[in-house]
Write a protein that binds this ligand. Sequence first.
Ligand SMILES: CC(=O)SCCNC(=O)CCNC(=O)[C@H](O)C(C)(C)COP(=O)(O)OP(=O)(O)OC[C@H]1O[C@@H](n2cnc3c(N)ncnc32)[C@H](O)[C@@H]1OP(=O)(O)O
Ligand SMILES: O=CC(=O)O
Ligand SMILES: [Mg+2]
Length: 529
Amino acid sequence: MPTALTHRVRVLAPPGHRHDEILTPAALDFVGRLTAAFAPRRQELLKERRRRLLRLATGSQLDFPMVTAAVRDDPAWRVAPPAPGLTDRRVEITGPPDRRMTVNALNSAARVWMADFEDATAPRWENIVGGQLNLLDAIERRIDFTTPEGREYRLGDRLATIMVRPRGWHLEEEHLQYDGQPVPAALVDFGLYFFHCAQRQMDAGHGPYFYLPKLENRYEARLWNDIFLLAQELLGIPRGTIRATVLIETITAAFEMEEILYELREHSAGLNAGRWDYLFSLIKTFGHRSDFLLPDRARVTMTAPFMRAYTELLVRTCHKRGAHAIGGMAAQVPGKDPAANEAALAKVRLDKEREAEDGFDGSWVAHPALVPLCREVFDRVLGERPHQLDRTRDDVEVTPADLLSVRRISGPPTADGVRTNVRVALRYFAAWLRGQGAVAIDGLMEDAATAEIARVQIWQWLRHRVIGRETVDQVLDEETDALGAEYPWAPVADIRALFERTAMTGELPPFFTTDAYHRHLVRRTEAGA
Ligand SMILES: CC(=O)SCCNC(=O)CCNC(=O)[C@H](O)C(C)(C)COP(=O)(O)OP(=O)(O)OC[C@H]1O[C@@H](n2cnc3c(N)ncnc32)[C@H](O)[C@@H]1OP(=O)(O)O
Ligand SMILES: O=CC(=O)O
Ligand SMILES: [Mg+2]
């Protein structure tokens, strides 16, 4: 590599156990190079996000872009063929890369494990560096451990393929700075993993594989592609080794699915239907419009016409281009009560059956106990085939109006719906501030995406006066008290203030995570390593 940039990259955090194995001068230099090359473009794209949001708020219409019609109409291009370990993706488990869950996920019999630095991780510095260490240790097969209670965690023989999801473009990593500015969090997560594990993964017969979250348009996909090209070049890894599945989880990206595949075509591993952020994005983008008023979250299911339009278009687009279409996350997780458990499994089964029948090539589960269920459902449809890319879904025709036909399921929120959103948001915030990015609340998996829905729904209902401020204040009082009683450790005043700032203000803050990160998770030291 050319001259080192190490002196321009600084770690502003107290040294942690084994952090020096991840934050090596060479790894920091690599992240610094990516930052130098791409941070300005990221800034520009974030500005464009804000400009577009404003245009959409002031009457501009969403449509499939005219300027890229030639890309959509050209029948010739295809994405790269599936890379080793990514041909058969019928079951994918997701979760944060904490040590115990890393072993459990890899052993879960899922084909793929999405190691998540994003929706399922609260971005405390220890979680970020610790997650990288766990990945490295797992790939090196030195992660086995025994708990003080004598429980053994050992990697088995057949492990899931690892795909890493870095944080989204909106987040920054305050504990790592380049020329005195925080490094884009996405480049920290991508860069450290790629630096340490790309070659190791190739030696083990796989490769450096990623999930890319919260993209809003084709330019953001192009940015990732350029990052991949430079990263491969800097480390002497053959061009086209990286593979990435893009989550279609913003309403604007849904209008550019084909273009996103095109931009990433030599590194593409298909698209995933990230339903929770998709709903969040829809409310955030059109929250000011009364025709986008949504009812209780529990009523907005995947069978709503606009959600079906989105998933059908995703399968059609992927298969037209030889790319895998991966289904999303049913939120139900197994619990201790047998009846509730049975009901949860039945709901997950229905969800996976619909996806498999629609043509998806595999889907996500949130818990190891759901792996057999998802596999069984996809086995039934796929049989011996590794995927169903041959199902081209030429029957599907989706118009912009179909993607935006929210009005067809509208209706007023119920008292239960209001309480559930307040309760979930407060409880999730408590977990997140404590360093846990995914939790089970009342039998449902909650993570950053679902918590975002909870708080923006309250904002939207207040904005359109379908609920009154007094109602929310009263529920908030009750639920804050309940939280304090149940979790005496929780900083209830901070949590309540976070809710008020992100759900009860005139102007909707784009993400609760950016606010909460800066106020509560940053522990910067000026005299770091
Ligand atoms: C919108 C989206 O982006 S979805 C994707 C992001 N979200 C996620 O990835 C959430 C993933 N799931 C989870 O984090 C967890 O399942 C939770 C938090 C919802 C529930 O976790 P728990 O309360 O620990 O569940 P439970 O007690 O039933 O776990 C039983 C065992 O399964 C393990 N386990 C549960 N979920 C997972 C998982 N996703 N990956 C690996 N292991 C898991 C637990 O670690 C525990 O292991 P142990 O017996 O060795 O201690
Ligand atoms: O990341 C997945 C989602 O549903 O959001
Ligand atoms: Mg998401």
